[in-house]
Design a protein around this ligand. Structure first.
Ligand SMILES: [Zn+2]
Ligand SMILES: [Zn+2]
Length: 107
């Protein structure tokens, strides 16, 4: 650790480096370095690492959402198609209202 004190933080030239980022091999102070998943990494590399999977996830989210939308559309279409078939299959006297006349004996 003795050689670390000879190095300065890449972002804060007045501060002594406490750790070296294994990703970009630059020296950083306590404030600029963070631990992520048990690995010491600088803020810049962490941001780069975090951005990469997020972009990939966003792409998959878009594909997933498009798939869900298509599925939803298909389900809706099937539902209305089935409802239409049921309505068409109903006996014609149902549409004429003769079935309801049973419930109003006053007429
Ligand atoms: Zn780094
Ligand atoms: Zn710093």
């Amino acid at each position: 650790m003795a050689d670390l004190t000879q190095h300065r933080c890449l972002n804060h030239t007045a501060r002594e480096a406490v750790a070296r980022c294994p990703s970009c091999t630059q020296f950083f102070c306590r404030e600029c370095i963070t631990e992520h998943d048990g690995v010491i990494i600088c803020a810049g590399c962490l941001r780069k690492q975090a951005a990469a999977p997020a972009a990939r996830r966003a792409k998959w989210n878009l594909i997933g959402r498009a798939g869900l939308a298509a599925l939803g559309f298909l389900a809706c279409w099937l539902w209305f198609y089935a409802a239409g078939q049921i309505l068409l299959a109903l006996p014609s006297d149902f549409h004429e209202g003769t079935m309801w006349k049973v419930k109003v004996p006053d007429e």
